[in-house]
Design a protein around this ligand. Structure first.
Ligand code: SF4
Ligand code: SF4
Length: 369
């Protein structure tokens, strides 16, 4: 198999959701669901990118499981129809887990899906932030989904959205929670406002400060079966290796696309709502068509306009200036500040790598989400 990094397409199969999470404004954008025509065009055109070999579909919402197994059977049939010899595809699905019953679990196992499951940590915090549309708590039911995935040995990782409330839980308590429930892979996502500047935007400095303490705690517990995606990424960057996460490679243009239920193509779903980042529509453009490329080139200038601080920074080749959407929010919210906290976090991890050479032996290939 060709080892080139995959090109990702985030397919927003529906904007509808059975949750009403405190920090989420997705359903304010629309509650549309993808049509068969948009789905078929997306799959056909994604595989048509002739220079690419590895593809990753990230089935996303809203809540994708609202569409039922039948929808995903159609998507798999379309993939079989349009994939070419020498191309390889991986399917990943991001869910809140509420509808993840035995039927879905068997389906994911049978078709080799990897799963990202949203869980905001211990019951009290999770239920405060992630209630269903009827205002009811969801923790107990999501934990049943965790048990199902574990029972069937389906590769999954937990995605925890970090808010100012998460920062009040000491890293050790958070790690104890995951490990007590046999959760072996977690990812931490700082909460971000949307393009209308709605919702909490966790300051990068607060998040990175927490991550320094959490990294040390993770080293201290020294549990080879407990992986934090961001820590592995930080170690890779500190060792001078390329990052694998979009947000630490600094240039996601061309490696990630996002398709909305109405067929709009964006560079990333975080930019939905700002027409400047709309690359085209799936019915009138290919992913590498002239039209999309032109829109891309316009955005390249914006994405590559990194700050004086980044230009002078030692980490620039590793980090590339960070997530363009974070920079976009900082500019719009007027929170651009000097003294990059990510650079401090990277320096902290580099020092630990020097102090603990055994860190270099960590398996860097085991990312699930
Ligand atoms: S804008 Fe940020 S989150 Fe979106 S794909 Fe780019 S780096 Fe990733
Ligand atoms: S200043 Fe921060 S964002 Fe810029 S290149 Fe350095 S580490 Fe990355």
């Amino acid at each position: 198999m060709n080892q080139s990094p995959p090109v990702n397409v985030i397919v927003k199969v529906t904007r509808d959701c059975n949750f009403h999470c405190e920090y989420c404004h997705d359903t304010a954008i629309s509650t549309d669901t993808i049509s068969f025509q948009v789905l078929a065009q997306t799959i056909a055109k994604f595989f048509k990118q002739s220079a690419k070999h590895n593809f990753r579909f990230i089935w996303h919402g809203g809540e994708p499981l609202l569409l039922g197994i039948e929808f995903f059977l159609k998507a798999l049939a379309l993939q079989s129809e349009f994939i070419s010899d020498g191309q390889h595809v991986q399917n990943t699905l991001q869910t809140n887990g509420y509808l993840l019953d035995d039927n879905f679990a068997n389906f994911f196992r049978d078709y080799n899906f990897t799963i990202g499951l949203s869980l905001d940590g211990p019951e009290g915090l999770h239920d405060l932030q992630r209630r269903n549309v009827h205002g009811q708590p969801t923790f107990q039911r999501v934990m049943k989904a965790v048990s199902r995935l574990q029972r069937l040995d389906i590769p999954f990782g937990v995605l925890t959205v970090f808010t100012s409330k998460t920062l009040l839980i000491p890293p050790r308590a958070l790690f104890d929670f995951y490990r007590q429930h046999g959760i072996q892979c977690v990812a931490f996502l700082p909460v971000r406002s949307n393009c209308n500047l709605e919702g909490e935007n966790l300051p990068a400095s607060n998040f990175h400060e927490y991550m320094m303490e959490a990294f040390d705690e993770w080293l201290y517990i020294n549990d080879a079966n407990f992986e934090v995606r961001e820590f592995k990424e930080l170690i890779a960057l500190a060792l001078g290796l390329p990052g694998t996460q979009c947000s630490s490679s600094g240039n996601c243009l061309g490696t990630t696309f996002s398709v909305e239920p109405n067929g709009g193509i964006y560079i990333c779903d975080k930019f939905v709502g700002d027409q400047k980042f709309l690359l085209g529509a799936i019915f009138e453009a290919d992913f590498d068509s002239h039209k999309v490329t032109q829109a891309f080139n316009g955005l390249h200038q914006w994405v590559n306009r990194i700050s004086e601080e980044c230009i002078k920074c030692d980490w620039r080749n590793n980090c590339g200036g960070g997530c363009p959407h974070d920079r976009y929010l900082q500019e719009r919210l007027g929170t651009v500040s000097s003294g990059c906290s990510f650079a401090k976090l990277l320096a902290h991890v580099r020092q630990r790598v020097i102090d603990h050479p055994s860190i270099r032996e960590i398996d860097m290939n085991k990312f699930i989400i």
